[in-house]
Design a protein around this ligand. Structure first.
Ligand code: ATP
Ligand code: MG
Length: 307
């Protein structure tokens, strides 16, 4: 089977069927490894999938019709940064824009909640990556309700139905993006509580990793069950036909990286971007330019050293 087909099959297995009711802890294994991928072949497979992404990205950029938005969500230490570094390692940096969303600024809070995300969308021809995303608006904001109070919403709009409404609004927004050529690829890196503990300890024990650790990570960890519930609700309500979620077990970083690149390859294969056809007039012009350049060959040089 071709690498492309293998990756597309892997990605298909990770997709959350639209309309399904998800219980993250019960339905998904954080240590999942697709049986078709052996550890010893995994470096090679990642290399090949990175090469495919590079080829697709070159076509996507040349065609300038579609954009791709990769939405990456995870609990702290889920491996978002490392995944981005590995998966995008082969693509032309000019064609990729990464944005990390943090606590919103006062300017951002003065706008509607999707405003800051809309400003960072990829252009046609680009792959955009949201390191955390508009989904924080139904994750951290749901777990810490006081954050919602800071959003200056009109009264009556932040009652009990606020989350259902946000799911609908997000689904509609993504529908609009997809209908207008911006493909949305959503990935949740699903880490176990025990792996999070281990990774935090590694950040504490290794002085070169200390900078990655923040005491607030421990405070957030105390909300583990609330996050699991918020993830499950998010997956149940926002995995749509036009923008399905992929849940990727994150305990094995090597597999998670392959799986994320598989989800991207699958989306790009569906877009199937093509280099633009040069129209006949332009092509004739190319021949004239070629003749001129050949006539300028210095003595002894071949008229066209490339051919
Ligand atoms: P790292 O893995 O390096 O820690 P990070 O994505 O966790 O990266 P941080 O600077 O540690 O980056 O944290 C960003 C913080 O911003 C997170 O705690 C997240 O919950 C918070 N945040 C993101 N979006 C929102 C939002 N819409 N409202 C409130 N807080 C948000
Ligand atoms: Mg953090």
């Amino acid at each position: 089977m071709s690498t492309n087909k293998r990756l597309i099959e892997i990605s298909g297995k990770l997709r959350v069927p639209p309309g399904s009711k998800v219980n993250l802890a019960k339905d998904f294994d954080t240590g999942f490894i697709d049986p078709s991928v052996a550890r010893k072949d995994s470096d090679e497979l990642l290399r090949e999938s990175v090469a495919q992404l590079a080829e697709y990205q070159a076509r996507l950029a040349a065609q300038e019709t579609y954009g791709v938005l990769l939405v990456l969500q995870a609990i702290d230490a889920g491996g978002k940064d490392g995944t981005i570094r590995h998966v995008m390692s082969g693509v032309n940096p000019q064609g990729v824009v990464v944005h990390s969303f943090k606590v919103p600024s006062s300017e951002e809070l003065a706008h509607d909640y999707l405003w800051r995300y809309a400003q960072r969308l990829p252009a046609r021809g680009q792959i955009g990556i949201f390191n955390r995303s508009h989904y924080e608006e139904v994750l951290v904001v749901r777990v810490h309700r006081e954050l919602l109070e800071r959003q200056k919403l009109p009264p009556k709009t932040h009652g009990a139905n606020v989350w259902k409404r946000r799911y609908t609004e997000i689904n509609n927004w993504e529908r609009y993006l997809v209908d207008n050529g911006i493909r949305v690829v959503k990935v949740l890196l699903n880490l176990s509580r025990e792996q999070q503990r281990t990774r935090f300890l590694a950040r504490i024990d290794d002085p070169e990793k200390n900078w990655k650790f923040s005491p607030s990570d421990i405070a957030e960890r105390a909300y583990w069950d609330d996050y699991q519930r918020a993830f499950s609700e998010m997956l149940s309500n926002t995995s749509t036909k036009w923008a399905p979620w992929h849940v990727i077990g994150a305990d094995h970083k090597w597999f998670a990286r392959i799986a994320v690149s598989a989800a991207l390859v699958q989306a790009l294969a569906e877009i199937d971007p093509q280099y633009p056809e040069v129209d006949p007039d332009v092509r004739n012009g190319l021949q004239d330019a070629k003749s001129l350049l050949e006539s300028e060959a210095p003595k002894g040089a071949r008229p066209d050293p490339v051919k």
